[in-house]
Design a protein around this ligand. Sequence first.
Ligand SMILES: Cc1cc2nc3c(=O)[nH]c(=O)nc-3n(C[C@H](O)[C@H](O)[C@H](O)COP(=O)(O)O)c2cc1C
Length: 277
Amino acid sequence: MGKLSELAAQRFGMAWPVAEDAPGAETLSAMLSHRTHRRFTEQAVTEETLNLLYACALSAPAKSDLQQTAIIRVRDPAKRRAIADLMPEMGWIGTCPVFLLFCGDSRRIRKLCELRGHAFANDHLDAFLNAAVDTALILQNFVTASQAAGLGCCPISVVRNHIDAIAEITALPEHVFPLAGMCLGYPIHAGFTSTRLPPELIVHEDQYDDSELTAKIDAYDQRRNGIYTIPPEKYRQTAEHGSPDFYGWSEDKTRQVSVRERDDLAAYLRRHGFCLD
Ligand SMILES: Cc1cc2nc3c(=O)[nH]c(=O)nc-3n(C[C@H](O)[C@H](O)[C@H](O)COP(=O)(O)O)c2cc1C
């Protein structure tokens, strides 16, 4: 097996032969080796390194070249503490060398419309979606660039559980919303590859088909459990749902999404001027 097939097999926990002769093996290996990092050394990230990461991140494609993102670097220790204190279960938010907030920004283009005397005619859900997608692409480029430069990242969507407090701390104006935070630093250890669902469950030919979902998820749960077994102390909601003999990915994720959260997101967006119809 070549290196790319090995990395792909590691990603899925099963053989997944890929073209070994593709050009760009270094980039492809880096993408296949992606890992989220949550523990960092105390080594500072230089301004030039950060500038490089911003440049790479902002090289992402942008819908209609509208460039609808804002990144807030939280440097003030009091603001960082206030943000970290909102999410004490994620200690890495307070301890990482750099913390950023990636925001969708539909404000800039609307201000430019005013400035140039044109209407902003598409004030509906798509305006929110475009800013969110642009920001997600920039966020992913930031992660990829960071890893290539020897750093590690952890995006933080949990900022949206505290959306009003986050917006107040960082003074987010109308038409700007937090998409995710970002912890950045030099990782303490190599981390581990998180086993993904097999491509055959995600890539469909000609038409959507999930007729084999149950069997394939059972196999994935078993495969993933063979690589990393979730320890009983990490089982969610044991008081309500107990501790089954087998606790796989699908049990864990369905327990996770069974808890309601972020139901004030639409209200936040409307209060910040978005029309979601
Ligand atoms: C948009 C986004 C938001 C995330 N939010 C959080 C978060 O709030 N806290 C956290 O610890 N990890 C967060 N993560 C990291 C995911 O948990 C991680 O990507 C996932 O478990 C897969 O692991 P991997 O990235 O190492 O492959 C987030 C990742 C993404 C892409």
